[in-house]
Design a protein around this ligand. Structure first.
Ligand code: ATP
Ligand code: MG
Length: 419
């Protein structure tokens, strides 16, 4: 007996019961991206490993342990994309999309990270992202945040809250890093293992630690916003001002640092209280140095990435009723000859925009009607040899009030459309 192969760990099949939620979310995301005048970009799933190592940073979780990276048969080092901002910047530079001009881009698609699978955390997952490239002002930061707020509203998900911080420029971060390391060195014995390892390699990530003892130490740590220079402070103040003006509530969170090295200045996360530990559904910020680091002109940029699985889980959690379009017609034919006529008539119905499911082959009327009812269709059409002889089809309303009636082939369309 052959063994049944299963899917790869952490990589999920999306079944027909779930896909209506995905289609709904994807449609809302596309509509809102275009409401803000963002254009879609699609980049390959495989990229050179160096792109992510150099963009995201060597001392990050993603590059240290989460990438599906391999050497291909030709000796090239390739990687399944763990995120899409680096690829979008690579593509933009490669095709001159940012050259002396600005670009508003969005993307949607699968990303790959080899992390420990759990609810809200998978090895293949989908992100939607928006990137505003070429604007240095706070309007761009706030524009992508407002798009987020509009998305929650359109999806009908409540209690999603915005958290904000500013990481300043390189100079600011260097000064802050020194102060933070000086402070943490006084408490080095009480730090968790990961955090003391990061003290040298990536001290800002310690702020992210989930360890309660480390968190307690951090309560008295210096905060990065005290190290912003005048220009960075003004930018951050303008971000807050524009959010206030748009009536979007937010909380300043001085421990918000984001896991990726390319972030500068504003960083933000949208969180929900409803998904347990995996509660961040959208995260982003400025990455003013990345375009230049990828070989382009010096170009300011900002954006976000949103986890679609977590968004769908939230929709299901809140039991948002989906307006799924039901079938119009379930077509039942009772013998082979009728089957052929039904096949032709169904095509005519579809020509006029109706959705029609056929029972292929012939079946018992009673069991067919059960299936028709369960399908949610508005009408069952029934065609047997008697009807065929008379050139009529039986129209049986499955939801409506009126009685079943026999209708001439040519009149079926009119009847269904009129109901
Ligand atoms: P986390 O702290 O949850 O690991 P992250 O900082 O790694 O998130 P980003 O790389 O900024 O997350 O990705 C943005 C969003 O993508 C996250 O907020 C989340 O919604 C989603 N996301 C990230 N990793 C996963 C994953 N493995 N499975 C499902 N969704 C994910
Ligand atoms: Mg992560």
């Amino acid at each position: 007996m052959s063994s049944k192969l299963q899917s790869v760990k952490g990589m999920n099949d999306l079944l027909p019961t779930q896909s209506p939620y995905w289609q709904f979310v994807e449609q809302v995301l596309r509509e809102i991206a275009s409401a803000y005048a963002y254009d879609e970009i699609r980049t390959p799933i495989l990229e050179k490993t160096a792109l992510f190592v150099q963009s995201i940073g060597e001392q990050t979780d993603i590059v240290e342990k989460e990438m599906f990276a391999f050497e291909d048969a030709g000796g090239e080092f390739l990687c399944m994309r763990p995120e899409n901002t680096a690829s979008v910047v690579r593509a933009g530079v490669q095709h001159g999309l940012f050259h002396n001009t600005q670009a508003r881009l969005w993307y949607m698609g699968p990303m790959f990270r080899r992390e420990r699978p759990q609810k809200g955390r998978y090895r293949q997952f989908s992100q939607f992202g928006m990137e505003a490239v070429g604007w240095s002002g706070a309007e761009a930061d706030v524009e992508v945040m407002l798009a987020g707020a509009r998305i929650w509203k359109a999806l009908g998900v409540k209690d999603v809250h915005l958290y904000l911080n500013s990481l300043g420029s390189d100079g600011c971060r260097t000064r802050y890093r020194t102060a933070l390391v000086d402070f943490l060195k006084q408490h080095v014995d009480a730090l968790d293992a990961d955090s003391s390892r990061r003290l040298e390699s990536n001290p800002l990530r310690i702020l992210d630690s989930k360890n309660p003892d480390t968190q307690r130490i951090l309560e008295d740590a210096p905060v990065i916003t005290d190290y912003l220079d005048a220009e960075e402070s003004a930018h951050f103040a303008q971000v807050r001002h524009l959010l206030d003006d748009a009536r979007v509530a937010y909380t300043i969170d001085s421990s918000l640092v984001r896991g990726l090295d390319y972030y500068t200045s504003t960083v933000f996360e949208w969180k929900t209280a409803k998904l347990g530990a995996q509660n961040t559904i959208c995260a982003g910020g400025r990455y003013d140095d990345l375009v230049e680091r990828r070989g382009g002109q010096s170009t300011p940029a900002c954006g976000f990435a949103m986890g679609i699985e977590r968004l769908v889980e939230l929709l299901i959690e809140e039991q948002n009723a989906l307006r799924i379009k039901a079938l119009d017609v379930w077509f039942i034919s009772l013998d082979t000859e009728a089957n052929q006529a039904a096949f032709r008539l169904a095509e005519k119905l579809r020509d006029t925009g109706l959705t029609v499911a056929m029972n292929h082959g012939v079946g018992k009327l009673k069991s067919q009607l059960k299936k028709a009812d369960a399908s949610g269709a508005q009408f069952a059409l029934i065609l047997g040899s008697t009807e065929l002889e008379q050139g009529v089809v039986q129209v049986k309303p499955l939801r409506g009030q009126f009685e079943s009636q026999n209708v001439a082939f040519d009149a079926v369309l009119e009847l269904i459309h009129s109901r």
